[in-house]
Design a protein around this ligand. Structure first.
Ligand code: C2E
Ligand code: MG
Ligand code: MG
Ligand code: MG
Length: 292
């Protein structure tokens, strides 16, 4: 036993592992100042209906680090979760998104748009989350029905009773819910029926190989009919090709998000896109058929 723990003790000083720890600690302390120094930015990715009209957008967080440049949320969100920093960061995301909704509300061309915000498990599970959202919505004086919260299956199933309760309170306020990355988790049909959801978002991993992989196509068809039978909207994420869109339309999934329409872009780009003339709308309706 003594020998084993001795080995473990030596392993603790493994330089490679120490380097990983140092990078992590640096990232963490950088994450702390990133908010104060305004290194975070929201990017926006449009959501489009079958006629090619923009119906809303998803807000996606970007960290532009002075030395390291662009850091993916896939890298820093888990760290923010571990350290609890996701709470102030998530609040900033909600405030920035609601501020944008308020601006859109002033313009008849954009007043109908919804904005989806990703909320992670720790953020949703903070005891005063409902109060925080209520206060942000009130302060920005926005129509809460334009705000959509994206939760993953694992966030919801982590503590299904407490989560459902919070979702119901926020739903009463008018806020909509989408289940993100749907199909990758373990939702049972019994839960799905009870949750106050508005939308299922088909995970992009199933959309990707839709045209070549028969089992992915089967899963996508099943998710669409499940969602529609439960009275939910169904949106597909990661739509990159005309063939994928055609398959989705044929199977009654009529809302799309993906590079076929636009990558996530800064607000200036989005506003330019929304301001676009008829020809731009036409582009959205019939993107280049290069992939066919
Ligand atoms: P997600 O919510 O599932 O977001 C979709 C991801 O797919 C985004 O990656 C988006 O850029 C990417 N994507 C969209 N269309 C396509 C496509 O056609 N092809 C491909 N290959 N990818 C596409 P991103 O922005 O890197 O975000 C990754 C994840 O980070 C998000 O996944 C979400 O889970 C998390 N995230 C992003 N912003 C926030 C945030 O503000 N708060 C929290 N808690 N999580 C966030
Ligand atoms: Mg999302
Ligand atoms: Mg997703
Ligand atoms: Mg995802």
């Amino acid at each position: 036993e003594a020998k084993t723990s001795g080995r473990n003790a030596v392993r603790f000083f493994d330089p490679a592992m120490q380097a990983v720890l140092v990078v992590k600690m640096m990232l963490e302390s950088n994450l702390r100042v990133a908010l104060a120094l305004e290194q975070f930015q929201l990017y926006y990715q449009i959501q489009v209906d079958a006629e090619g009209h923009v119906v809303g957008a998803e807000a996606l967080l970007r960290w532009i680090h002075p030395d390291r440049g662009f850091i993916s949320p896939l890298e820093f969100i888990p760290l923010a979760e571990q350290t609890g920093l996701i709470i102030p960061i998530g609040t900033w995301v909600l405030e920035t998104a609601c501020n944008q909704l308020k601006k859109w509300a002033r313009n008849p061309k954009t007043a109908h748009l919804s904005l989806a915000v990703n909320v992670s498990a720790k953020q949703f599970q903070q005891s005063n989350f409902v109060e925080v959202v209520t206060e942000i919505v009130r302060l920005h004086n926005i129509d809460p029905t334009r705000l959509k919260i994206e939760l993953t299956e694992s966030t919801i199933l982590d503590n299904v009773d407490a989560t459902t309760e919070k979702m119901q309170q926020l739903k009463k306020l008018g806020i909509a819910f989408s289940m993100d990355d749907f199909g990758t988790g373990y939702s049972s049909l019994a839960y799905l029926q009870k949750l106050p959801l508005n939308q299922l978002k088909i995970d992009q991993s199933f959309v990707r190989d839709l045209s070549d992989d028969e089992s992915d196509a089967t899963i996508v068809r099943a998710i669409i009919s499940l969602g529609l039978n439960l009275g939910l909207d169904v949106i597909a994420e990661g739509v990159e090709t005309v063939a994928q869109r055609r398959f989705l339309i044929e199977h009654n999934c009529l809302t799309f998000q993906g590079y076929l329409y636009s990558k996530p872009i800064p607000i200036e780009g989005l506003n330019a896109l929304l301001d676009g003339d008829a020809s731009e709308h036409h582009f959205l309706l019939t993107p280049p058929d290069a992939d066919e």
